[in-house]
Design a protein around this ligand. Structure first.
Ligand code: NAD
Length: 297
């Protein structure tokens, strides 16, 4: 069993750290919120006084932080964890961040004799709680081989996407598809409403026809057809619109870097910005149907 430092134990990191404990690993947790660290301690973990303390004298460190700037600061900043860890420590960054920062930080880790992968996730808070996450992993074969054992305690599907940063590439490509498809599904439901086709009939037909997609059958944006979707609880997340917007912006940043045109991705980003920044960023991303309905008049 491994000794693990866990930095960032929020909505996702907290349950992930608890699943490592359940699998028999030792976990030292650090977060800017002492309350959140307390929840890991209550589940059998230890509290670290700082990020560097969490990364000292451990076999592996998992980070689950909001964005690239937090990851960069925690790893390579003045009191960065790369300087505090012993050589050979394995680092797993599961935050969703920009590809460029992911590649830079992994480069810095390898230059210090560490092993590191980017391993963003899909599956949301429910997946984090029931150890059902999908991990998309970028990094060397050696780092992936070592990381896999730990990732299996937190997820169901572990995919090696290639070299450093490729996990992030997979994640933002996936979420660009999800954002675009939720808008397409929402437009179709609004059009059906206006033309007198009941939502249940629309769902029954499209979900078994060529227009079916993951957003429709799992996160149906109208109440009724999919009882577990956020539409049935007044769009309580779920997957917050703010996070969808963050991922779409990362997709557009990556598209610019790669010199690729993604017109639908760009439009989805603009529509989610309008929705999330209109005061509804904390609601589920499927709630964008309300804005599309309002636009339809
Ligand atoms: P969160 O805000 O609940 O958790 C992030 C935690 O990081 C917070 O507790 C915060 O205090 C802590 N933190 C920030 N800076 C820190 C620092 N310097 N040192 C220590 N701790 C620090 O966010 P979350 O929902 O857990 O998401 C984490 C990451 O996972 C994000 O990149 C997000 O995009 C991604 N993600 C989230 C979901 C989801 O459904 N919530 C799904 C997939 C991926």
């Amino acid at each position: 069993m491994a000794k693990i430092g866990f930095i960032g134990v929020g909505n996702m990191g907290g349950p992930m750290a608890r699943n490592l404990l359940k699998a028999g690993h030792e976990v030292k947790a650090f977060d800017l919120s002492a309350d959140l660290v307390g929840q890991v301690v209550a589940a059998g973990g230890a509290a670290a006084a700082s990020a560097t303390a969490a990364a000292s004298d451990v076999d592996a460190v998992v980070t689950m932080l909001p964005a690239g700037k937090h990851v960069k600061a925690v790893y390579t900043g003045e009191k960065g964890i790369l300087a505090a860890a012993r050589p050979g420590t394995l680092f797993i960054d599961s935050s969703t961040i920009d590809v460029k920062t992911a590649r830079e930080v992994i480069g810095a880790a390898e230059a210090k004799g560490m092993l590191m992968v980017d391993a963003p996730v899909s599956g949301g808070v429910a997946g984090a709680e029931n150890a059902g996450l999908t991990f998309m992993v970028g990094g060397s074969d050696t780092a992936f081989g070592k990381a896999r054992l730990l990732l299996e305690a937190m997820g169901k599907k572990i995919v090696h996407a290639g070299g450093a940063g490729n996990g992030q590439v997979a994640k933002i490509c996936n979420n660009m598809v999800l954002g675009i498809s939720m808008i397409a599904v929402s437009e179709a439901f609004v059009m059906a409403e206006k033309l007198g086709l009941p939502a249940q009939a629309m769902f029954d037909i499209v979900s078994s026809s060529s227009g079916s997609c993951w957003a429709l059958v799992n996160h149906c944006p109208v109440p009724g057809p999919v009882p577990t979707s956020a539409a049935n609880r007044d769009y309580m997340p779920g997957f917050a619109a703010d996070l969808m917007l963050k991922d779409l912006r990362l997709s557009q940043e990556a598209a610019r870097t790669a010199g690729v045109q993604t017109p639908l991705g760009a439009e989805a980003t603009a529509l989610f910005a309008e929705y999330a920044e209109g005061g509804t960023g904390g609601s589920d991303y499927s709630g964008i149907i309300r804005m599309i309905r309002a636009m339809a008049g």
